[in-house]
Design a protein around this ligand. Structure first.
Ligand code: BG6
Length: 495
């Protein structure tokens, strides 16, 4: 469905997210004719520049975005014509009078309906100010369409802040018009978890504690904190990746089948998973969680600085750049099945994947047969190669019954030869269409913060306790074995 006529107003328009993700994704949608005929993008930020200069900088970002476009690509020219820039001090509510006057003029001139989608691609400190200033302006204007807002993560930095932000936003926008973005949910492979599970009958009988031994959810990166030292040093891996992306993935893996494919039916199931999480005890914090920070190291022959040497990072920082957790979901489906979550920066490879480890057979009949608690595996890889692999044992050709582990592989690029659409394409389109299925609901976010609260509080008090270090560019820190009672290998153990 093509979205209705509307105007997209991006706050934080001169920033990295706008250039690297939002505009290239909007251009892809434009090229695929998925944007409304009557549509405008207005970039807003403090930087003084003209619309022409803004278009020039966006042009370079699109051209430099991995895909090759001719600089005179007619689509690109037409797309850039739909983009305007307004410089505004967004911390000053008075400045919004002129801002909205200009937006109104652009909207009227282009004959666009009175529908406005606001995107907050700004630092989190602005998540309260901008909506308050928008409201101050909007309440004096008669409006004939909708107002919708997209908020980037981090949505608060703890449970209280998330609640305060919700209270504020819900006083300004109806809940159904608040879109809390989690870009992992825009990834094809993450959405496919739902289809894999609920469009096929073969998994459901096995998808429970009777057949699944444990589950691993991993997201490792080779990148460090880049230019985001300021933000990252106050966030750390737990807030940056676990509270949002990885807990959402866990919910997709663990949720019950929804009663329908309606947004609220799915969101209800996600919240139920979070409600069933076993609260973190002091014992869990001491034994089932590992935090670590990268020190100086090397990746592919290049020397890399330690985290504390990164720009805008405190030289004595105790912020974790790696975290591993073992957690339990106390419900009928998952009782006693450990879920392991690992994520970290500056590791040896970029890999995001989910491994479902099935239980072994009751007896090992054949030599070489997999045994122990990590036998058949279903491996859903989000990155680097989007794929699904099922690993199982087969007879080695020959006169004996030697068993060999093999895998049945599906690669996404067999369905779509070009690269998969970027997560932001899908999410932007959904917000424009008014479909919030792939956005987080406030209760789920609050519940995930609530779950992590004891850990966050503990680390705030015990800043150095159990913090270990790993050299940049190394594999997952070996201290992981304290919490992961299974060998950390893809290959199943052989009897
Ligand atoms: C972001 C985090 O939300 O996700 C980053 O803030 C992280 O620190 C990024 O690098 C990872 O996303 P992706 O899509 O590159 O795996």
């Amino acid at each position: 469905k093509i979205p209705e006529s509307q105007i997209l107003i991006i706050f934080g328009a001169s920033g990295d997210l706008t250039h690297r993700k939002l505009i290239p994704s909007l251009f892809e949608l434009f090229e695929r004719k998925l944007l409304p005929d009557k549509f405008l993008i207005v970039g807003v930020s403090r930087t003084k520049q003209s619309t022409e200069e803004f278009r020039q900088s966006l042009h370079s970002s699109i051209i430099g975005n991995g895909k090759t476009y001719a600089t005179d690509n007619p689509y690109l020219k037409n797309f850039l014509r739909e983009i305007y820039y307004i410089s505004c001090d967004t911390t000053d509510c008075n400045a919004y009078v002129a801002l909205f006057r200009e937006i109104e003029q652009l909207r009227n001139a282009a004959g666009i309906e009175d529908n406005m989608l606001f995107y907050l691609a700004t630092p989190p400190q602005m998540y309260a100010t901008i909506p308050i200033c928008i409201q101050a302006q909007q309440q004096n204007i008669s409006k004939n369409g909708w107002r919708r807002i997209i908020i980037e993560k981090p949505y608060g930095s703890n449970e209280d802040e998330a609640k305060q932000l919700d209270k504020l936003l819900c006083g300004i926008f109806p809940e159904r018009e608040i879109y809390r973005i989690d870009h992992f949910l825009g990834k094809e492979t993450v959405q496919n978890i739902l289809v894999l599970r609920f469009a096929n009958s073969i998994w459901e009988p096995l998808w429970n504690r009777n057949y699944i031994d444990h589950i691993e959810i991993t997201a490792t990166e080779t990148l460090g904190v880049e230019q985001r030292g300021n933000y990252y040093d106050s966030a750390g891996a737990l807030r940056d990746m676990v509270q949002s992306h990885l807990m959402q993935i866990m919910a997709f893996i663990a949720m019950e089948p929804p009663s329908s494919f309606e947004t609220e039916a799915i969101r209800n199931e996600i919240s139920k998973v979070f409600r069933s999480l076993r609260p973190l005890s002091p014992d869990d914090i001491a034994h089932n969680i590992l935090r670590a920070q990268y020190s100086e190291g090397k990746l592919n022959g290049t020397k890399l600085p330690g985290y504390r040497e990164e720009p805008n990072v405190n030289k004595q920082s105790t912020t974790e750049t790696f975290v591993a957790l073992k957690l339990y979901i106390d419900n009928w489906r998952w009782a006693h099945v450990p879920f392991y979550i690992y994520t970290g920066k500056r590791l040896s490879e970029k890999r995001s994947e989910i491994i479902i480890h099935f239980r072994s057979t009751p007896q090992a009949l054949f030599p070489g047969q997999c045994c122990g608690d990590s036998c058949n595996q279903l491996i859903i890889t989000l990155q680097p190669d989007e794929s699904i692999r099922l690993r199982f044992g087969l007879k080695q050709p020959g006169t004996n019954f030697e068993v060999q582990q093999v895998s049945m592989d599906f690669f996404y690029n067999s369905l779509i030869p070009n690269k998969l659409p970027d997560a932001y394409e899908r999410l932007l389109l959904d917000a424009m269409r008014g479909d919030a299925l792939l956005y987080s609901r406030s209760d789920a976010l609050e519940l995930s913060w609530h779950y992590l609260a004891p850990l966050i509080d503990h680390w705030e008090k015990e800043k150095e306790e159990n913090l270990v270090f790993y050299p940049a560019g190394s594999p997952i820190p070996r201290e992981i074995t304290h919490i992961y009672s299974h060998p950390y290998v893809l290959e199943a153990p052989v009897c």
